[in-house]
Ligand binder design. Sequence first.
Ligand code: SAM
Length: 338
Amino acid sequence: MAQGGIVARYKEPYRDFLYREMFARWGQMDVLARGSGTTVFSIDRVPRLLREIAQDPPVFLMHLHPFSHTWAVTAGPETQQTILQQVDSLAAGMRRSHCWTVQAHVLGERLPFDLTQAVAERLTQAGLWVDPTRADHALSLTVLEGRAFMGVSSLAENVSRWSGGVLFYQKPAEFISRAGFKLEEAVEVFGISLAQVTSALDLGAAPGGWTKFLADRGVPTDAVDPAALDPRVLANRRVAYFPVSAQTFAARSMSRQYDLIVNDMKMDACKSVGIVLRLLDRLRPDGQVVITLKLPQKGFLQKAQAARALAEPYFRTVRLKHLYYNRSEITLYAQRAG
Ligand SMILES: C[S@@+](CC[C@H](N)C(=O)[O-])C[C@H]1O[C@@H](n2cnc3c(N)ncnc32)[C@H](O)[C@@H]1O
């Protein structure tokens, strides 16, 4: 055990954006190892960094885990024994009151055994409660460039509770569009409690993946789009359809108030935020907003920052996050003051 740090995971085309953001906030960091979508940073004050990241995660950081143990890994017959000895030394200090999961990630090496399973079995033998479906803490282990990096953390500290931030949502029986997954992920990532949402407005709703996601969870939803909604979404009694542009809808005088405005409109990101700002008088105090910012390849980050700057004066919280299901997009989340 020589040094500590974090293992950061991200989508590969956005590595430089992530580095820029992290170095601007925490200064230059030493890179100990790097592989596809993964960088191991050496850091002195890991607990403080984890706290700051949990409060305001970097836009392009999909997942992280801290490490406190690192050692050389060779793919020989003794590898499993060496790893399990290291696991034993960590397990001695792991709390019995937590529920644990094992998240292992092996890049560029081939280990002759199932690492996740071997470590999970070892923890169970050590008397720890291991259940990935109920876990609140993780033992994480990344093997990269001939070294292992291992540590423990609460799942809340890891940015995403899913290893690497990789999500696989089940297609619902009536599948409308892949776009639906983006809202599902945004609800989880930004901690939106749909049970408290009594009405929602969906701008750029067609064919209806987002509207269906909300209506299926009991939220009465007004869907706005000049393009057609899928008939299965239209048939839902919680859905009201307005076949007009968002600009026309915003210009109408209506008394209806919303707890949540979502917007997946395919248009310039600043224009899209501007339309939501015109609807602010229909967003209740504490109301929340989710906007997919559609971004150009050139000036990708600048455009996202310009859209954020437009929104900032009107909200208590504004966050940007590149979601697993985002492509040339970033998701903006905002919440009004109460
Ligand atoms: C990516 S799709 C939305 C997908 C939708 N969220 C879903 O889950 O099915 C983008 C939509 O934005 C709509 N759109 C573009 N400009 C618009 C505007 N000015 N007003 C309303 N909708 C608009 C398009 O018609 C298109 O249906």
